[in-house]
Design a protein around this ligand. Structure first.
Ligand SMILES: Cc1ncc(COP(=O)(O)O)c(C=O)c1O
Length: 448
């Protein structure tokens, strides 16, 4: 087995499925690894080709690939329409009309320079409009200088970590968390430090405080949360800000609050996500239009820097340079022009809410224990048996695809993405029941 030295990899949980070779297809010749306990773990010829770190990541995540291969096998055997696939957070609703209109307007613009290189932080006109939008959303006046257009929220997080992390510095994140955070922080020499949350997925400030030390550079939050659907309340954000203010003073350096918000506008029951910038000056917000406009393939988002952030000018300079030298150069020009015309547009969240309600009914009916998601498009129920990977296998027997909670730093749970047709959700009803009953039966009678 390949062992990574120095520290344990906290993210045994994976890379994103669709970043991996398409399930069911053979790997390109000469490429990597396969893992199983007690067997040879990788093609020796690759040990000199692929970095040991990447081999380690791939090895740690290979079980997820296997799971997805199993999903592909089920689809091939039973037909795609027979399998209920809740494994991917890939929005299925069509982008709003306002986006389509803006796209057509932008595409027909033949002015000189519309496809040219630009300032690395983005098109000034777009940044100005985004700044106005962020200012309204976060209740703090933000100027165009404080906006950096990025290749999605993933691009935003990577420029943030590139800009602020020295080797070995730590980023605290509450569990459960989006698996790629571990990779992003590692990309820039940092260390992701997951901490516990409360039973209802709210922030556990004691856990966060307990993890803070001199190497702590940031706390990373994601609300509405992938995978739990939790929205952190105004009180929670205020308390976290107070903690970080005290901590920064004590440590003698700012501890940044990084807020990853690609689901900010996908909220239910008239809830709202509290403004982050209003609460804490050393905050950085990153988001994208991937989910609220249903355009994840277009790779467009931004970072907003608090106007009073420590070393604001240097920070903005570092983020802008990071955007360039990480190889993004700048966010896609066409999309920058499009979103500047569609900032207020959003997919029909009512449709997601209806699906959530239907799904909640199915899960409740079958006996699952779950917290109702307040936003995003995921459920994160408890598994009826402790082994979440085993339970996901049981679901596969019912032709239901889900992701084990271990993939989000929280075993004993599983994630269901409801960005799928209502019909698929309804069709899963009996399968969820049978899997639950089978799992309970496998535990045997309760004695005493
Ligand atoms: C919590 C979270 N952060 C960041 C991202 C990356 O978003 P984008 O595709 O806009 O880069 C995702 C995508 O699923 C996500 O769920």
């Amino acid at each position: 087995m390949l062992h990574l030295k120095g520290r344990e990899l906290a993210w045994r949980e994976s890379v994103r499925m669709y970043a991996l070779p398409a399930a069911g297809r053979p790997l390109p010749k000469g490429q990597f690894y396969l893992v199983s306990k007690g067997k040879k773990t990788m093609d020796q010829s690759n040990t000199t080709v692929i970095s040991s770190k990447m081999l380690g990541f791939m090895e740690k995540s290979s079980w997820i690939r296997k799971m997805f291969e199993e999903g592909a096998r089920l689809k091939a055997k039973h037909g795609t329409d027979k399998v209920c696939d809740f494994s991917l957070g890939n929005p299925d609703l069509p982008p709003p009309d306002a986006f389509q209109k803006a796209l057509e307007t932008a595409a027909s613009d033949k002015s000189p320079g519309v496809h040219a290189y630009m300032p690395n932080a983005g098109i000034p006109m777009t940044r100005k409009k985004v700044a106005g939008f962020v200012g309204r959303e976060h209740q703090v006046p933000v100027s165009e200088q404080e906006i950096i257009m990025t290749c999605g929220a993933a691009g935003g997080l990577n420029i943030i970590f590139k800009a602020i992390l020295d080797p070995g510095e730590e980023v605290i994140v509450p569990r459960p968390y989006f698996v790629e955070y571990g990779f992003y922080v590692d990309n820039h020499g940092g260390r992701l430090v997951p901490v516990g949350s409360n039973h209802d997925f709210s922030l556990n400030l004691k856990e966060i405080e307990g993890a803070i030390n001199h190497s702590t550079k940031a706390v990373l939050i994601n609300s509405p949360n992938n995978p739990s659907g939790k929205i952190y309340s105004d009180e929670e954000i205020r308390a976290l800000s107070d903690l970080l203010t005290r901590t920064s003073k004590r440590l003698g350096h700012p501890v940044f609050l990084v807020s990853d918000e690609p689901y900010r506008r996908l909220v239910f029951d008239d809830l709202a996500v509290p403004p982050i910038l209003r609460h804490y000056p050393d905050s950085l917000v990153t988001t994208s239009f991937s989910k609220d406009l249903s355009i994840p393939g277009e790779r467009i988002g931004y970072v907003a820097v608090h106007p009073d952030a420590s070393s604001r000018d240097t920070l903005i300079g570092a983020l802008t340079l990071a955007n360039r030298i990480l190889g993004y150069v700048n966010a896609p020009a066409l999309m920058q022009r499009v979103i500047s015309m569609a900032l207020d547009a959003c997919v029909d969240t009512g449709k997601y809410q209806k699906r959530r309600d239907r799904f909640a009914d199915i899960l409740q009916d079958a006996g699952y224990d779950f917290i109702m998601p307040q936003g995003a498009f995921y459920f994160f129920p408890r598994t009826p048996i402790p082994d979440d990977t085993e339970f996901v296998r049981l679901l596969q027997e019912e032709l239901i695809l889900a992701v084990p909670g271990s993939g989000f730093g929280m075993p004993g749970h599983f994630r269901l993405a409801f960005c799928v047709d209502d019909e698929v959700i309804e069709r899963s009803r009996e399968g969820f029941k049978r899997a639950f009953d089978m799992a309970k039966a496998s535990q045997g009678p309760v004695i005493g």
